[in-house]
Ligand binder design. Sequence first.
Ligand code: SF4
Length: 414
Amino acid sequence: MLMPQLREMVLDPYPLEQVVGRAKPAIASILERSLEGKELGFDDGLALLDTEGNDLIALIRTADHVRKTDLGEVVTYIVNRNINFTNVCFVGCQFCAFARHRKDDDARTDSTEELLGKVQEAIDRGASEICMQGGINPEMDPFAYRDILLAIKAKHPELHIHAFSPMEIMYGSRRTGMNYSDYIQMLRDAGLGTIPGTAAEILDDEVRELLSHKKVDVKTWIEIITAAHRAGVRSSSTLMYGHVEKPHHVVRHIEILREIQKETGGITEFVPLRFIHTYTALYQRGLVDPPPRGLLDLRMYAFARLMLRGRIDNIQTSWVKLGTGLAQLTLAAGCNDFGGTLMEEQISKSAGADAGEYLPVETIRCLIEQMDRIPRERTTLYGRVTNESAHTTSGDAGWRGGSSALPAGPELAH
Ligand code: SF4
């Protein structure tokens, strides 16, 4: 479906009651239960992922209504920078086009000085957060992650560091011989603020075997995320859709996140991540078709809003994966957060994403306002930033759209 048609569908002008009334009775009943604040179950999730036509429009409008009821009209965003400090990785995920073998010509690992230079650039442009993830590089020192944190925090104690996926934590833990809990506490004490809930892809071991048989398994992923939460290190949560997964995998994944959240309350947000296929082995070996664009994405975001209602309130869109136009439309399909400025993004770009490596604050605010919503800068933990005007007048200080004026650094997909 083309963008104008998608926009027309999402911005359907009819009253919600009428729109839900046009859905099949079984779908309308699920939507009504969600509107009443009841938690949806596994079969409800499956039904929502199968919606089309009037049913899908009703799902999207209900998700938008729930977002408005629960969170109001504010759309948050964060001024941050991604740093993908190494692209050397031996894991071999079939959906990844970012990783390099250590002997490849374009293999690279940032030195501490390079890292600190990137952090300084981000701070100069008003960033409150650094997001760091990298490949699983066997040549790095066992305590490299801790030492990176110490080096950054020594210079910038106020900066929030959102870093190291459960895969990196598993690897660091093994290399140091520490258990997950002790390892995470060591990182926390060295300055780790929160961790990305990436390396999740689909939380099903059969799917994971197909995507990456060396990757952290479901049990370990859960163990690491909950150990982090217990240590006071909160996390985001993600799901990668549009590849080999089936609807029941997606629903089960959401249920796992809900269970974790019920237990720890440590998840800050949920970010559905569209699979970017072009340069991945998964696509190039003919194992998947390109995911359809538009309806699949809107359905996923709206589904997430309803399934996670009352558990994970912040649903973040991914402009890197979707492009800015479609990301804008997800704001009317349940999203209340536009993610970050990023400044460097190499992982999705390596796989074929063409949305650029960063968005200036002005562009993000404009995209939000065009949807009649209220932009508001936030911290990593969704607190308010009081000096917003400093960013809104940042002008051409390197935060322009299109290709990056800064040295590249990424948002990791793993
Ligand atoms: S997604 Fe991460 S772990 Fe997997 S191959 Fe790419 S860099 Fe390595």
